[in-house]
Ligand binder design. Structure first.
Ligand SMILES: *[C@@H]1O[C@H](CO)[C@@H](O)[C@H](O)[C@H]1NC(C)=O
Ligand SMILES: *[C@@H]1O[C@H](CO)[C@@H](O)[C@H](O)[C@H]1NC(C)=O
Ligand SMILES: *[C@@H]1O[C@H](CO)[C@@H](O)[C@H](O)[C@H]1NC(C)=O
Length: 432
């Protein structure tokens, strides 16, 4: 009898426990979903993004020593050259920086980066960001320079080409040592090709090569950029090396699923978010499955009068091609109606792109100012984040065609420094 009781009691217990257990599991699943998706809505946090972020994280911290060899191009990007007083825009400075980094790669040397980047005042107006505030158009971000490591992740760059900053301890060590060694430690070179610097034993064994003496802008050292086989770093290299803080901000805004996200937990999170959106619990709009356009206007529309007083432009179709009517026409086969379209532009007129709303759900970085205000301190940082969002879109349309596979708003070539032409405003074909 006793044995029967013993075997029956546990049976009764499991029977009683299982509905409670199921209820408990259900409740905890709901709680989990709520907590998880509220994290999604407050931080834009998700497992999938976390894995991408982790993949992007530098694997180990690099230690720079006096056993390495260094390359120094001076303390300011693009200076000497005509951009010394009034520094160039971010893209221009990046061309120069990329050129210097490529030389360091070629020579197998550590590149000494300027610790600050100069910010051109015309590229630092807040109006570009806060496009809906029409009161305060002239508001500017403070500062004419910003710290290089507030723009780029130096550890991440160092995985491709080692870099140090010119305010770092190791740089002072290198300076002291090269001073002590004199001509056995440092060469101040001017007009020596990188091939020569590499092959000539007079240079190749030195601790430091100082190229500051060159009177030309940095990017002039890479004049053969047209030769694609000579390129070591792609155009997208520096944009994708954004500082971690900026990458995180872009990740929070851009919740585009990527291949890595096709897992179960991601689907659950996505459903939870959809439900929160439906019920109005989630206020902040995130970009999920969107297309993007980068519309360069502003300084690019500059005209000058020829000797007959006629306006001429380096990009004769740009003003026409970057107006909303022309954009609607141009992108209609690339972006279906009803899509979310993220627009990054230096156009300052409030509501300039509003006509695009007849077909698309428009989004600007100003839609995400609650995220961006916390991290963005200047226009270069804002542009770094915007570029990551642009690149994360399903279809990304640039202003100019840069590569064969690019979609672009205009057919005017991006590079033109000489041929000033009369701007064209008529449309060749009236299809749209
Ligand atoms: C590099 O060279 C320039 C000019 O040749 C010189 O003024 C500067 O002090 C040098 N800097 C270093 C770190 O050697
Ligand atoms: C292009 O670059 C490659 C690699 O640096 C070089 O071998 C080749 O001679 C260059 N071609 C031209 C036309 O300059
Ligand atoms: C961005 O903001 C504008 C108005 O400020 C709004 O019409 C638009 O729907 C917003 N876009 C998204 C994707 O939330």
């Amino acid at each position: 009898m006793a044995t029967v009781h013993k075997t029956q009691r546990p049976k009764a217990k499991t029977a009683a426990r299982s509905p409670i257990l199921i209820l408990f599991i259900c409740i905890s699943a709901i709680v989990f979903l709520c907590v998880y998706s509220s994290q999604l809505s407050t931080n834009g946090f998700s497992f999938s993004k976390m894995t991408i972020r982790n993949l992007m994280k530098p694997k180990h911290k690099r230690h720079h020593t006096l056993h390495d060899k260094y390359l120094y191009w001076g303390s300011r990007i693009d200076c000497p050259g005509k951009n010394c007083d009034k520094c160039a825009g971010l893209g221009h400075q990046e061309s120069s920086l990329r050129c210097a980094l490529e030389e360091a790669m070629f020579l197998g040397r550590t590149f000494v980066m300027p610790s600050r980047m100069c910010i051109n005042p015309i590229h630092n107006e807040k109006a570009i960001f806060h496009r809906s505030d029409d009161g305060n158009m002239e508001e500017r971000w403070a500062g004419t320079t910003c710290a290089m490591d507030s723009l780029y992740d130096l550890e991440l760059i160092s995985e491709t080409v080692p870099v140090i900053l010119d305010n770092s301890k190791i740089w002072y060590h290198v300076l002291m040592t090269s001073m002590k060694l004199g001509a056995r430690g440092v060469a101040h070179v001017e007009g020596v090709s990188r091939v020569n610097l590499n092959d000539n034993r007079r240079y190749s064994n030195l601790l430091l090569i100082n190229r500051t003496a060159s009177p030309l802008s940095w990017f002039m050292e890479c004049k053969d950029r047209k030769n694609h086989s000579a390129l070591m770093l792609p155009h997208s290299f520096l944009p994708s090396m954004a500082a971690e803080k900026l990458r995180d901000a872009a990740d929070k805004i851009n919740d585009e699923p990527t291949d890595a996200n096709e897992d179960y937990i991601y689907l659950v999170a996505k459903m939870a978010r959809w439900w929160l959106k439906r019920t109005g619990l989630m206020i902040k709009a995130l970009l999920v499955d969107y297309d993007s356009i980068h519309v360069r206007r502003g300084d690019r529309l500059k005209t000058r009068k020829d000797r007959y007083g006629v306006d001429r432009s380096l990009f004769p179709h740009l003003d026409r091609d970057t107006r909303p009517e022309a954009i609607l026409c141009r992108i209609k086969n690339w972006v279906p109606p009803g899509r979310t379209l993220f627009i990054a532009s230096n156009e300052r007129t409030p509501g300039f792109f509003s006509p695009l709303a007849v077909r698309y759900n428009l989004a600007y970085s100003s839609n995400f100012s609650d995220i961006l205000d916390l991290v963005v301190e200047n226009n270069y940082q804002l542009f770094m984040v915007e570029r990551l969002i642009l690149m994360g879109a399903r279809t990304f349309i640039k202003t100019y065609k840069e590569d064969d596979n690019d979609l672009s708003l205009t057919d005017d070539p991006k590079k033109n420094t000489k041929n000033w032409q009369i701007p064209v405003y008529t449309m060749e074909d009236q299809e749209c």
